[in-house]
Design a protein around this ligand. Sequence first.
Ligand code: KG4
Ligand code: ZN
Length: 331
Amino acid sequence: MAVLDDRLGLLSHELFSQVDLHRLYGGVVPELASRDHVQRLLPLVRQALARAGTTLAELDGVAYTAGPGLVGALLTGAALGRSMAFALGVPAVPVHHLEGHLLAPLLEDRVPPFPHLALLVSGGHTMLIEVRGLGDYHLMGETRDDAAGEAFDKSAKLLGLPYPGGPELARLAEQGRPGIFEFPRPMLDRPGYEFSFSGLKTAVMLAVREGEAAGLGADGQRRTDIARGVQQAIVESLVGKTARALDDTGLSHLVVAGGVSANRALRDALHSAATARGVAIYFPRFEFCTDNAAMIAVAGLARLKAGGQAQHLAIEARAQWPLMSLRAPGT
Ligand code: KG4
Ligand code: ZN
């Protein structure tokens, strides 16, 4: 839950992380996630309003995540968001989760202009998008199989790291030596802007097993070297294709968003690639890389300001919702 003011910016943002709950089961159990949402939402709304020093009556609109995702969890937030808007007599704005990620840099002082290239890297998506305007997205390439975040998480699991593995693996990789493990970067030498990460987990599994067979424990230098190799393979694949897309399009602004954009090695490598090309690069601050309410508020506000939204009373919650099906407001 976040409170955003058009003039003053972000007034408050509250997050109740379900990570502890998910960790118990090594991943998300949908029914538990939605039940937990029911319990957490109202206290979170009160807390965010109090921290912002505002009241419900002052709100001019309510944005909520309408998809894509687990429909039970979505429905909980959507029902609350739509009902609040109805009760307050203000518009409700159903927001696409990935549009939230794409627009998260709008929360910062330095705002990327249109058009720009966006690398969207999360637990479920890996996409290169030419962003021509709000709701005007042209997909240049995406992953053929696993998402970058998924590759981080699955490799982390193979290394015995707790859920969610991405940040844990990144931490381990810092102590690893570069170049000891060379994992595949399957699409890098092929034309186009597509990614593939599913081969990585097989290669990591083999490396882990090889170590075990040789009597090397699961801990120690070998494990950190594998983590370093995994991170390197993912980062190089992402940076290689992003650099190609920048060169081919001539776009001079690059946005990097989604959970994996919190990865330090990725940020550094993209920063170098962009700087070498005279391209300006924009990241959300760390806390707004991974899922958060502030990005949904900023996307909702952008759509609300642009107008052209039909107001109806439906509670929108879509498990499937292709980003490319979005349109610019009023079109
Ligand atoms: O955007 P997000 O919070 O949720 C989805 O929409 O999927 O992204 C979560 C993903 C997870 O796979 C998580 O492991 C990954 O982002 N992630 C990271 C880091 N922080 C989050 N991966 C690598 N390094 C990080 N520092
Ligand atoms: Zn996300």
